[in-house]
Design a protein around this ligand. Structure first.
Ligand code: NAI
Length: 562
């Protein structure tokens, strides 16, 4: 697994301006005088040498002077295309400031504006016209040893829908978080867009739209295309981990079920979200002194996110010995047409969470339409999760009713980007009279309520996927088992400090992301060894091994290859 770490020296036959124009080799003013001399860079840079710290300070000056977040996004993307090490150094050292730019919420806007802010291409685009030559195209990857791929078909980008080729912002952003958050070397990462067309009329009518200007591929042709893609990845990158990202739920569950045992892969929207939300629930139990079996979870929005969470909560309950009936009674779901139950015209993915007649009668609920408030009165949820991309869905009356029955209600308005949240944290805190434990999908500032400051933890999947991915790659597993997501959730929940919990936050600050990722990776490696699904690394060596492969962005010497 040593090959996961970045190189200690770069040997190259190239020289001169090529090195300055290549983001993987460019150090700008940090090229030493000796390197300048030996690599044909003499007099191609101003005289001054800069340390990377000085370069970071300069970049911060530029970025902070930008008037909007979208401009900052463009500035950071340009830096990534100019000098990769410096880009990651800026990101790693200023995670809280720039993660909301590189990823949600700003990336949502960047995806929507993609064709108009496009500067430099990154990653690989595959269109239906390429279906019979996918391996050939994948071999065009910029660097040889790809170990991590994030792929989207662009249909459900965050909460902003079909963004056609603009969805590429998501794999690029996610991979940046893998690198910054878990130290996976950037040369191992490849973003891929399956540009199968778009049904977004705004894009189809835009004369400057940069993508494949056709209606979306559907049906058997779509499935055949995905199959060709998976076979291509298996052929060209047999050791890579594939992350499915922002597919519509009609495709996401089918694809995951079909391929999870064929190729090392997972779906972050379903499984990563399940784990990060479960971690929030586990963390809340440290405040309330309850166990997973004590929870009753009400979901609003029976899509990928909520179904993924419900699966994970059910698995956690099962692993702690809860009966099938108890698990069924512990979770209820609303979707757009009401409570999901028998006879509800539901999507296949949420059938297993439809309220059974036993559950309804257990809570004295009718097998007929009921409002969320009525369900809350009867069900007395301890946790309320929203993932609808529909702002305002958490009404004051719902949260007040919940607060009547529970001492510390857990409120999770998870929708992204910011404007899509089901309610704002300040509303959730006020409506629970300051007793709510609130976690959101997008970042929010603390809320001051009646003389007390409530820190809002962000249920960001970034606390799960980088560490999980790193652990999977280090241990060389062939499949990411369900139990690994629960393990990651438990490790994340245990990483929240007592002080932070006291302030109301169910998640650590993003400044601790690398430490959290390291802990998750170690837990995965240990588990994989113990259960014989991955490389056996002696327990006393696991931490050192994980630390060794985690890349910290710094320049390495560049020398001429003879
Ligand atoms: P999805 O499209 O699979 O599911 C959304 C569901 O909400 C659909 O079933 C839809 O019918 C339902 N819905 C819409 N309006 C509703 C309403 N007024 N009442 C009840 N149900 C309603 O989308 P997915 O993947 O589940 O994502 C939803 C949102 O969650 C997005 O904004 C996404 O960005 C966010 N999300 C947040 C995560 C996090 O915080 N870590 C992770 C994954 C998703």
């Amino acid at each position: 697994m040593e090959d996961l770490a970045g190189p200690e020296v770069i040997e190259t036959k190239k020289g001169g301006v090529w090195l300055l124009k290549n983001p993987n080799t460019n150090k700008g003013l940090a090229f030493s005088y000796e390197e300048r001399e030996q690599l044909g860079l003499g007099c191609m840079l101003p005289h001054r040498l800069c340390t990377i710290e000085e370069q970071v300070a300069l970049e911060l000056e530029h970025l902070r002077a930008k008037p909007t977040d979208l401009e900052k996004y463009i500035g950071l993307a340009s830096l990534q295309d100019r000098n990769e090490v410096l880009f990651y150094r800026v990101l790693v050292e200023n995670m809280e400031e720039f993660m909301p730019i590189v990823y949600t919420p700003t990336v949502g806007l960047a995806c929507q504006q993609y064709s108009h802010i496009f500067r430099t291409a990154r990653g690989i685009w595959l269109t239906p016209d390429d279906a019979d030559r996918i391996p050939q195209i994948l071999r065009n990857r910029p660097l040889p040893d790809i170990r991590l791929i994030v792929v989207t078909d662009n249909e459900r980008i965050l909460g902003v829908g079909d963004q056609g080729c603009g969805g590429m912002g998501i794999p690029i952003g996610k991979l940046a978080l893998y690198v910054a958050g878990a130290g996976i070397h950037p040369s191992k990462c490849l973003p891929i867009s399956l540009d199968v067309g778009t049904d977004n009329p705004r894009l189809l009518e835009d004369p400057l739209y940069l993508g494949y200007r056709k209606r979306r591929l559907r049906g058997q042709e779509y499935d055949d295309f995905i199959e060709a893609f998976v076979q291509g990845v298996l052929k060209v990158f047999p050791r890579a981990l594939l992350q499915w990202e922002d597919f519509h739920n009609k495709q996401a569950f089918r694809i995951l079920d079909r391929y999870r045992k064929q190729i090392l892969c997972f779906n972050d929207d379903i499984q990563g979200t399940g784990a990060v939300a479960l971690a929030g629930i586990f963390a809340s139990q440290r405040v309330t002194g309850t166990s997973i079996a004590d929870q009753r979870v009400l979901y609003i929005g029976a899509g990928e996110a909520c179904t993924g969470i419900a699966r994970r909560v059910a698995a956690a309950m099962r692993s702690e010995g809860a009966s099938k009936k108890a698990i069924q009674r512990a979770q209820l779901m609303f979707d757009i047409h009401g409570l999901v139950r028998r006879n509800y015209n539901m999507e296949p993915h949420c059938v297993q969470f439809a309220a059974t007649p036993d559950t309804l009668s257990h809570y004295g609920l009718p097998d007929a339409d009921a409002t969320p408030e009525q369900v809350i009165t009867a069900f007395k949820p301890t946790v309320l999760v929203g993932a609808t991309a529909c702002p305002g869905v958490f009404r004051q009356s719902m949260i007040e009713e919940m607060t009547r029955h529970v001492d510390r209600p857990v409120i999770m308005p998870l929708s992204n980007p910011t404007g899509k949240a089901e309610c704002s944290p300040s509303e959730a805190i006020a409506w629970t009279a300051g007793r709510g434990l609130v976690a959101t999908g997008s970042p929010f500032p603390p809320v001051d309520y009646q003389g007390r400051r409530h820190v809002i933890g962000q249920a960001n999947n970034v606390f799960i996927f980088p560490g999980l991915g790193l652990g999977a790659l280090v241990s060389g597993v062939r499949e990411i088992g369900d139990e690994m997501f629960t393990l990651a959730a438990r490790t994340l929940a245990d990483s929240v400090t007592a002080d932070r919990l006291e302030s109301g936050a169910l998640y650590p600050p993003q400044s601790e992301l690398r430490e959290v990722s390291r802990r998750i990776a170690c837990a995965i490696v240990k588990h994989a060894g113990e259960t014989h699904v991955g490389r056996h690394i002696p327990p006393y060596e696991i931490e050192a091994t994980v630390r060794r492969v985690m890349w910290y962005p710094d320049y390495v010497p560049i020398v001429r290859k003879r």
